[in-house]
Design a protein around this ligand. Structure first.
Ligand code: 8YV
Length: 323
């Protein structure tokens, strides 16, 4: 007997094929991912044992409380889980897993793309070309800032932060970092650790954010933190919008305190603060850090590996909590 699965989000054809092959599945095919009420109704109708979803589904206490009794497991196709009320899931006996490890390289690539594009004005140049170019740009016009050899501060030195550091070293950058805990020397690879974020910021020509979202990091990059950066610094965020005070970021970008920013994540998604769209010195992307074909397959397969284990009575590969 196959286990009964509700696929509550849109995903790749490869993941959908495996869902259909391995499970007695209800596959959501709407124009966008299921909302919580849609998910709860579908889980009930399908008598689902498990739910496969992503960070577009806020699995808060009310959503957990509304789940039909037969749902035993949930797998989010994401490494971040700030959309899940872990305490509520744990109390309900719902095993929840995420997908760490498989998206590190692509997310770090995306951060590097945004860093280079923000520093070297990639989006502005693209807009000029689309408008026809037609006038030679003077030697002193539309200049970016140099990346190679500069200092980059990494906020959050987990797997993705470390993958970003590897790329930054390829650009001869000096790597500084702030994390809750210092890495062992083998992983630190010569990066300079700062126990206090504010102590690191004055030394960062670039700041790249890779820490998890949630209450502990909410608005950790606020007006005071931004003021501590050197004038003309560049900020990159592929982690969560919640880490940044967007009013303060907007002010710092408009005043020129920051040279530029590359933003993949926002405090409210998808209805992000469109003031940023009016700024030429911002490169924007719609939460696409992990969005390569290979990585989105790998994330979905990892989530399915987790559900297969849990539903057959084994331990989860990537449980959100261990005890
Ligand atoms: C999203 C992410 O999950 O893994 C995470 O935490 O933020 C992303 O990989 C992905 O964009 C699907 O929404």
């Amino acid at each position: 007997m196959k286990h009964r699965l509700l696929l509550a989000c849109l995903t790749t054809p490869g993941v959908v094929a495996r869902v259909r092959g391995d499970f007695d599945a209800m596959v959501h095919e709407g124009p966008s991912d299921m909302t919580v009420p849609e998910m709860l109704a579908a889980a009930t109708a399908h008598r689902a044992d498990a739910i496969l979803f992503t960070n577009t589904l806020p699995l808060d206490a009310a959503a957990v409380a509304g789940l039909p009794a037969n749902v035993r497991a949930g797998a989010t196709i994401s490494v971040g889980y700030d959309h899940i009320d872990v305490a509520a899931a744990k109390a309900r006996g719902l095993m929840v897993t995420n997908t760490p490890g498989v998206l590190d390289e692509c997310t770090a690539d995306h951060a590097m793309m945004l860093m280079l594009a923000a520093a070297r004005r990639g989006a502005e140049y693209d807009r000029i070309m689309r408008q026809g170019w037609r006038r030679r740009i003077g030697q002193g016009e539309l200049l970016g800032v140099r990346v190679t050899g500069k200092r980059v501060g990494i906020l959050g030195m987990g797997r993705i932060g470390q993958a970003f550091a590897r790329r930054a070293r390829g650009f001869d950058m000096t790597v500084l970092y702030h994390s809750r805990t210092r890495l062992p020397p083998g992983l630190e690879q010569g990066a300079t650790y700062y126990a206090g974020l504010h102590d690191m910021l004055p030394h960062c020509d670039f700041l790249s954010i890779h820490a998890p979202g949630g209450a502990a990091t909410d608005k950790i990059v606020d007006a005071r933190a931004l003021a501590l950066l050197p004038d003309g610094a560049v900020l990159v965020n592929v982690a969560r919008g919640s880490l940044v005070d967007e009013d303060a970021l907007f002010a710092a970008l408009r005043s020129g305190k920051l040279f530029a920013a590359g933003l993949d994540v926002f405090r409210t998604e998808p209805d992000y603060d469109m003031r940023f769209a009016a700024l030429d010195n911002v490169v924007l992307s719609p939460h696409m850090g992990s969005a390569s074909m290979e990585t989105r397959d790998a994330m979905g397969f990892r989530a399915l590996d987790n559900l297969t284990e849990v539903l057959s009575g084994g331990p989860a590969i990537d449980p959100l909590w261990t005890h």
